[in-house]
Design a protein around this ligand. Structure first.
Ligand SMILES: NC(=O)c1ccc[n+]([C@@H]2O[C@H](COP(=O)([O-])OP(=O)(O)OC[C@H]3O[C@@H](n4cnc5c(N)ncnc54)[C@H](OP(=O)(O)O)[C@@H]3O)[C@@H](O)[C@H]2O)c1
Length: 299
């Protein structure tokens, strides 16, 4: 049971939105699920009208501008979706005393410190995307809405455009892959995020806060790619891949330049989530095996 009677969910065709929608449906929790055609978040007036019309008691906003590299040349669009939209959602929610769940990112950090980040560590985004997500967090704080912001990382799953699906596609076509091995973080499955959000909703008494929410453990993109190929092959999944694990080669960030800089260290401590809500996400490798099984079933 959860205490919310009318949940408004944005971005339902995105990775996290899709996983949340599926989970709520399985749990028989009714949700007003809106995709971009039903609510374009670029349109502040449309957001105001939607909140006024549906009168939700909880808004969950996984919609975002997530094209990290493109954001460098489209900052206005990134800020409209990642700052203005959550700001208006938060202000409208505050007016009707609804609560807000929002998602943010490891890219709010510079990634240049040793060890794991905690939520109170200094933020210093390296990219337009990271700056826009941080400004979105700040707009929500300023609105006075009762809210939770979940900073997650390296989101992937059987559904959507993401690293796992890209590696599986490339590994089916090529014998050799070169993957960046000097960025550290936690791959986090969309289903682990949805499960954790629901677990939090069951116990959330209304305090506001910012929380890290990532699968347990850590690796590099290189380690993640190796695990994808290794587990897919071990599970005997079909069709077979052309890339063998030993033919995945480690490269550096410098070898693979991108328009937006990425943090080298994206290790996020989830101790606060555990302390305040008793919620811990599964190990990333276990989550990967579930997503691989879903990937095969969905084909
Ligand atoms: N992906 C990652 O690796 C990652 C890492 C850390 C944090 N996060 C954060 O986690 C959250 C969920 O990310 P995700 O991976 O689920 O993102 P995603 O798969 O890229 O989905 C984003 C969703 O936002 C929707 N959207 C974009 N512009 C919109 C607009 N103008 N109006 C309405 N909807 C719009 C998209 O709609 P369409 O389907 O129509 O395009 C899409 O459904 C985001 O806050 C993201 O910043 C993601």
């Amino acid at each position: 049971m959860i205490q919310f009677k009318k949940i408004l969910l944005t971005g339902v065709n995105g990775q996290v939105g899709h996983a949340l929608r599926q989970l709520f449906a399985r749990q028989n929790i009714p949700v007003i699920a809106l995709d971009r055609t039903q609510l374009d978040l670029i349109d502040a007036q449309a957001i105001r009208s939607a909140v006024c019309e549906y009168q939700p008691d909880l808004i969950i906003n996984p919609a975002a501008y997530t094209a990290v590299d493109k954001a460098e040349t489209e900052p206005d669009m990134a800020y409209a979706i990642n700052v203005q939209a959550p700001q208006v959602l938060a202000e409208e929610a505050a007016k009707i005393r609804a609560r807000l769940i929002h998602f943010s990112t490891d890219y709010v950090y510079a990634g240049n410190r040793q060890g794991v980040y905690v939520e109170t560590d200094v933020t210093q985004p390296l990219s337009v995307y990271g700056q826009s997500k941080l400004a979105g967090e700040e707009a929500i704080h300023a609105s006075g809405v009762q809210h939770l912001i979940f900073r997650t990382s390296w989101v992937y799953g059987a559904y959507g455009k993401n690293f796992m699906n890209t590696i599986l596609r490339l590994a089916a076509e090529r014998e050799v892959l070169r993957i960046v091995a000097d960025q550290y973080g936690a791959p986090t499955s969309s289903h682990s995020i949805a499960d954790a959000v629901l677990a939090v909703l069951r116990v959330w008494t209304g305090q506001s806060g910012t929380y890290h929410l990532v699968n347990t453990g850590e690796t590099t993109w290189y380690g993640f790619a190796q695990a994808i190929v290794e587990d897919y092959t071990k599970l005997g999944l079909m069709p077979p891949l052309k890339t063998a694990v030993q033919n995945i080669h480690a490269i550096t960030t410098q070898d693979y330049p991108t328009p937006a800089a990425r943090p080298a260290n994206s290790r996020l401590s989830c101790e606060k989530l555990k302390q305040d809500f008793g919620v811990t996400l599964p190990d990333w490798r276990e989550a990967l095996q579930n997503e691989l099984a879903l990937f095969v079933r969905s084909r």
